[in-house]
Design a protein around this ligand. Structure first.
Ligand code: ZN
Length: 429
C-alpha cells in the first residue's frame, strides 16, 4: 500500500476538482482494525437473566430502513446532479424528525441485520459520499443540531492532499474531528472509478494522466489498492475499523463483491434506493441519492417506508429468550398449573389492547397485560394435560404484529399444586 497509483476518474457525473498530486503518508503507528470510534450503542433494554450466555435483544424483523446519500452542500447550485442547498438539506433532516423516522447509525443497521440489536420500525441512515469540505462545514453542524449520526464514504485519493483532493475536498484533520465526534467513516475506493474489469481507467503518475484498460494481474493489483488499500489507509490514518464499502457509481459485479468480501467488508452500498429490510442482502444495499435536480426522490423514499405494506403484513418473530419467559423455553416444570409470564418491554411500544396469549390445549387465555412493567401473565387454572405446552404471545407494536412462541415441559405426574417449582414427592404412575 506504500505504492499507490494516482488516478483520475472519468468526468462522468461528478465534478472533481483536480489538484496537485501529493503522495499521502500513512501513519503506521496503529495496526489496521483498531477499535471503532463509533459510539458502541448499548444493547436494547432486555431484562437481565442469570445465565452466562450472551443475550441477544429482541429484533423486529419487520423494521425498515431507508438510506440517503448526499454529496455537496452549496448555496448556489451549479451541478444539480451532486449538490443540494443547506436549506433544502436541513428541511429534509427536519422532515425525518417530523414524520417519526428515526435516524440511526450505520453500525446499528448492521447490528440489526446480524440479529444483535433492535431498531425502531421506521429508520433512516444518512450518508455522505466522496468527502467534500461542505460536508464538514455545513452538513456536520446541521446533523449535530438534530443529534443525528451519519456515515462518511471517503475515497482516499480525494481527501485534501491526495491526487484528486482539490480545494473543496475534506481534510484528514476534519475527518479525525468527525471521528472524535462519533461519526462513522467508511470506504469508497481509492480513486473513485468504475471497478469492473475492462472499463477505462485513468491513471495519474507524476502528474501525468493516462487513460487505459487494465486486465488480468494488472487489474487485480489495481483493485487491491482500490478496495483493500483504501480500507487500510482509512483504518491506519484514522485508527478506525472500516466495515462498509460504497461502490463508486454503484457499479459492481460479482468479482468486485468477492474482493470486497475478502477484504473484510461486511456491507456494500450502491445508489439504487430501496427500503432495506431484515432480509435484504448485505452486498448490495441500495441508497437514495438526494440531489437538487430530483426533489421527488426524498419524498418517494419516505413514502416507501411510510406506507409500505411489505413488512406490515408480516409477523415479526421474536425470540422467547428475549422475553424472559416463565416458564423458560425448554424448561420442565413440576406443576400442571403454572404461572405463564413474558416481558414485552424489549419489543417496542406495545398497543395494550393488542396483547394476546394462546396456550396449547387451552386456546386464547384471559391473560393480564401490565403496560407499566410490560409484562403479560396468566395463571393457568385448568390443569395442563400434555407433556409439553406451547405458548404464543402476540401483540401489535407500532402497527406491526409481533409474535413469540415457546414450549415448556410438564413433568409427568405433575400436580395442580402451587405454581412454585416444588419437587413432587410421589410421582404417580
Ligand atoms: Zn462517490
Amino acid at each position: 500500500m506504500m505504492f499507490r497509483f494516482a488516478i483520475v476518474p472519468l468526468l462522468l457525473a461528478l465534478n472533481f476538482s483536480m489538484c496537485k498530486k501529493h503522495e499521502t503518508v500513512s501513519q503506521s503507528s496503529q495496526p489496521a482494525g483498531g477499535s471503532s470510534p463509533t459510539p458502541n450503542a448499548a444493547t436494547a433494554g432486555v431484562a437481565p437473566v442469570a445465565t452466562p450466555k450472551i443475550k441477544k435483544p429482541v429484533v423486529d424483523q419487520t423494521a425498515q430502513v431507508i438510506i440517503f446519500c448526499y454529496h455537496r452542500l452549496v448555496d448556489k447550485i451549479r451541478f444539480p446532479g451532486t449538490e443540494i442547498t443547506p436549506a433544502a438539506f436541513e428541511a429534509q433532516m427536519k422532515a425525518l424528525k417530523d414524520r417519526g423516522i428515526t435516524v440511526i447509525p450505520m453500525q446499528d443497521l448492521l447490528a440489526w441485520k446480524r440479529g444483535e440489536k433492535n431498531i425502531p420500525p421506521r429508520c433512516a441512515v444518512v450518508t455522505f459520499d466522496d468527502g467534500w469540505k461542505s460536508q464538514y462545514e455545513v452538513a456536520f453542524p446541521i446533523m449535530k443540531k438534530y443529534g443525528y449520526p451519519f456515515t462518511m464514504f471517503i475515497y482516499t485519493e480525494g481527501v485534501r492532499g491526495g491526487a484528486l483532493g482539490g480545494g473543496e475536498a475534506i481534510t484528514w484533520e476534519q475527518l479525525a474531528d468527525m471521528r472524535d465526534n462519533g461519526i462513522d467513516i467508511e470506504a469508497h475506493s481509492a480513486t473513485h472509478q468504475d471497478l469492473r474489469e475492462g472499463h477505462n481507467i485513468m491513471l495519474v503518475s507524476a502528474g501525468k494522466r493516462t487513460k487505459t484498460k487494465l486486465n488480468g494481474p494488472q487489474y487485480e493489483q489495481w483493485m487491491q489498492n482500490e478496495v483493500v488499500g483504501s480500507k487500510q489507509l482509512l483504518e491506519q490514518r484514522l485508527g478506525i475499523k472500516v466495515n462498509c464499502f460504497a461502490v463508486p457509481f454503484g457499479s459492481y459485479n460479482e468479482h468486485v463483491k468477492e474482493i470486497a468480501r475478502g477484504a473484510g467488508y461486511e456491507a456494500m452500498f450502491t445508489v439504487y434506493g430501496q427500503p432495506i429490510t431484515f432480509t435484504s442482502p448485505l452486498d448490495s444495499i441500495g441508497r437514495y441519492a438526494i440531489e437538487a435536480n430530483k426533489p421527488k426522490v426524498f419524498e418517494d423514499a419516505l413514502k416507501m417506508i411510510g406506507t409500505s405494506s411489505g413488512g406490515a403484513a408480516a409477523v415479526a418473530e421474536v425470540g422467547a429468550k428475549d422475553l424472559s419467559t416463565q416458564p423458560a423455553d425448554g424448561e420442565t416444570v413440576r406443576t400442571a398449573l403454572p404461572l405463564i409470564k413474558a416481558n414485552l418491554t424489549g419489543v417496542g411500544q406495545i398497543e395494550p389492547g393488542s396483547v394476546q396469549m394462546r396456550v396449547s390445549g387451552l386456546g386464547v387465555v384471559p391473560a393480564n397485560y401490565d403496560p407499566k412493567t410490560g409484562t403479560v401473565s396468566y395463571q393457568v387454572t385448568q390443569k395442563l394435560r400434555e407433556k409439553s405446552c406451547t405458548v404464543i404471545v402476540s401483540a401489535k407494536s407500532e402497527g406491526k404484529k409481533v409474535e413469540a412462541h415457546w414450549t415448556f415441559g410438564i413433568e409427568e405426574g405433575a400436580t395442580g399444586g402451587a405454581a412454585a417449582p416444588k419437587p413432587v414427592a410421589t410421582p404417580k404412575r
